[in-house]
Design a protein around this ligand. Structure first.
Ligand code: MG
Length: 155
């Protein structure tokens, strides 16, 4: 068994879509980034790479590479998954915490689990997504951005 942890955060801005866990969520703001800025999927990718001892998302998908500009992070997740499978590893389980004051994510959790599990060729019960606020504290509390933490188990 191999365990990995991933963390990501992105800044809110006007005029960007809000994509979390591969789901486009209606909101006044979106997230800034080179790709689609999907912090949930990025944290999960980093946890997978960590469990595989295969580096991190920044070196794997550099933001200087035009190939990843506006990229669908779910595609990046699936690519990392396929590479893991090639090395003989299999995905067991992921648990993800996404932290934001707004918008409320409860209505989107099932869709996120579906999307993320799909990219990992796993059942939806193998990917847990939990949403929390930061109780008004810090950059998340002020609504400046979103953070996500993921833990992954590979076999
Ligand atoms: Mg990111």
């Amino acid at each position: 068994m191999h365990i990995g942890i991933g963390y990501d955060s992105h800044k809110f801005a006007f005029g960007r879509p809000l994509v979390l866990g591969g789901v486009t969520i209606p909101h006044t703001h979106g997230l800034v980034g080179h790709s689609d800025a999907d912090a949930v999927t990025h944290a999960l990718i980093d946890a997978l790479l960590g469990a595989a001892g295969a580096g991190d998302i920044g070196t794997r998908f550099p933001d200087t590479d035009p190939q990843w500009k506006g990229a669908d992070s779910i595609r990046m997740l699936n690519q990392v998954y396929l590479e893991l499978v090639e090395t003989g590893m299999s995905f067991v389980h992921a648990d993800i915490v996404v932290i934001t004051e707004q918008p409320k994510l409860a209505g989107y959790i099932d869709q996120m689990r579906e999307k993320l599990a799909g990219a990992l060729v796993a059942g939806h019960s193998s990917v847990s997504v939990k949403a929390k606020t930061n109780e008004g504290m810090g950059f998340i509390g002020r609504g400046e951005g979103i953070a996500a933490i993921a833990v992954v188990l590979l076999e």
